[in-house]
Design a protein around this ligand. Structure first.
Ligand code: PLP
Length: 442
């Protein structure tokens, strides 16, 4: 409670907001108070078109009846059940539904509460997998420059976004990084997968030579890097990574926290690109963003390596109080049903061409130096203002918001990833508003 002499500037001060310029925001807050399907309502009663599916997570749009009802019902039926040495039916049902939806090699799901936790879980699984097989020198983890794998220590160690790393000490040891795949001089305004850069996967051979294959546990990449500004995998790149990993007994982890659940027009990017990793991390769209939940999908081979020894032994000393939480499981089941019943992944695939054409209509507008996209995801990169990086894109974000459209920015890149229920008219509004705003930017 505020006390006399309280120096806090307003009643927004207690909440230390994540990844936000707190002081700037609290002077001029932007608040959503409700949402329905493609739109948010702001605290001053305006409608804002959701061009970002919240934070890449509300793939079925907002206020979806089946999900709302499932959560309401679940709260009254079973609010919580212990996650360790106890179970409840919906967690098992959801795991089954999830692996049924995923590409064939994935037969098991481990539940977490976020993308960051899914990443930590997958990295630990990879280390423990080798250890369980007696290959215990495999302790190195390989990430990629510009990779985003959440904000926990494992994730920022293998991640490659410098601002997310530099304040936090020495991070995990035994980590190395592949080069990122962004080659603007060769691949700008590309439609579909870029032609150039597949060879960058060969850098893994250099890393193997440097450290010895027998010391490397896993490589983790986003099949399509989202948070760093929508970097698409060049043709042949993922295939080559897979080949090199297989050749050297290294596990391949796809971080599909953004690309999972229809974003590219198929269940997962693994399916979209036809390249199968050994582990997949996911979150966000798993529950339509409504209740925090993530998962790691494992192949039978990985899972079965743990199922050895005495039956009473705990096979993996890892888990969370809320792993498979009943409310989250109920939300997940209703979400996956909604995707299937409404054919939303196919819908996204069907809209991809319209989306791409709309995005590329922005070519030639002031400051636009690149446009890229895939499925229902798109990025517009702006020339930075000299000495003021990020300002131009953030100004675009603010102006779009004022005009009733929500976009996202990272650096001077505008990223969009609308709910998969988006209609063509919404795409026209989203891209049309952005076009108007681009013309007014400094
Ligand atoms: C690829 C990837 N991994 C991990 C995360 C972290 O997820 P969370 O914010 O749920 O921890 C994100 C979030 O955007 C992501 O894009």
């Amino acid at each position: 409670m505020a006390m006399d002499g309280d120096t806090r500037p307003n009643d927004l001060s207690a909440f230390w907001m994540p990844f936000t310029s707190n002081r700037q925001f609290k002077k001029q807050p932007r608040m959503f108070v409700s949402a329905d399907r493609m739109h948010y309502t702001t605290s001053d009663g305006r409608q804002v078109l959701d061009g970002t599916a919240g934070l890449w997570c509300c793939n079925a749009g907002h206020n979806r009846p089946k999900i709302v009802e499932a959560i309401q019902k679940q709260a009254a039926e079973l609010d919580y059940a212990p996650a360790f040495q106890m179970g409840h039916p919906k967690a098992f049902e959801l795991a089954t539904k999830l692996v049924d939806m995923a590409p064939a090699p994935f037969e098991h799901a481990f539940f977490t509460n976020s993308g960051s936790e899914s990443v930590e879980t997958a990295l630990k699984m990879a280390l423990a997998y080798h250890r369980a097989r007696g290959d215990s020198a495999r302790t190195r983890l390989i990430g990629r420059e510009r990779g985003y794998h959440g904000v926990n220590f494992g994730g920022i160690s293998v991640g490659g976004i410098v601002n997310n790393r530099r304040m936090f000490g020495t991070l995990l040891t035994g980590v190395d990084h592949l080069p990122h795949t962004h080659l603007p001089e060769k691949n700008s305004f590309v439609k579909g997968q870029p032609e150039h850069g597949g060879y960058l996967a060969d850098d893994l051979e250099r890393i193997v030579t440097l450290h010895g294959a027998e010391t490397i546990a896993a490589v983790i990449v986003e099949p399509m890097a989202g948070s760093t500004g929508v970097l698409l995998p060049p043709k042949g790149y993922l295939e080559r990574l897979r080949e090199i990993c297989t050749k050297h007994g290294i596990l391949l982890i796809f971080d599909e926290v953004i690309t999972g659940f229809g974003r590219l027009g198929s269940s997962f990017a693994a399916e979209y690109y036809g390249v199968m990793p050994d582990l997949i991390t996911c979150a966000k769209g798993l529950t339509n963003g409504v209740i925090p939940m993530g998962a790691v999908l494992a192949t039978k081979q990985i899972h079965d390596a743990f199922m050895q020894g005495p039956e009473e032994a705990i096979e993996l000393f890892h888990g969370y109080t809320y792993s498979g939480n009943p409310m989250a499981a109920a939300a997940g089941l209703a979400t996956l049903d909604t995707y299937a019943e409404e054919g939303l992944f196919e819908r996204a695939a069907g809209l991809a061409q319209y989306w791409e054409d709309a995005l590329h209509s922005l070519k030639g507008l002031p400051h636009v130096i690149d446009i890229r996209g895939m499925g229902l995801i798109g990025a517009v990169e702006l020339q930075s203002i000299p000495g003021a990086p990020t300002k131009r894109a953030f100004d675009a974000f603010l102006k779009c918001y004022e005009k009733g459209v929500l976009i996202r920015t990272t650096g001077d890149i505008i990223a969009m990833s609308p709910p998969l229920i988006i209609e063509k008219e919404h795409i026209d509004t989203l891209i049309g508003t952005l076009a108007d705003v681009l013309k007014t930017l400094e």
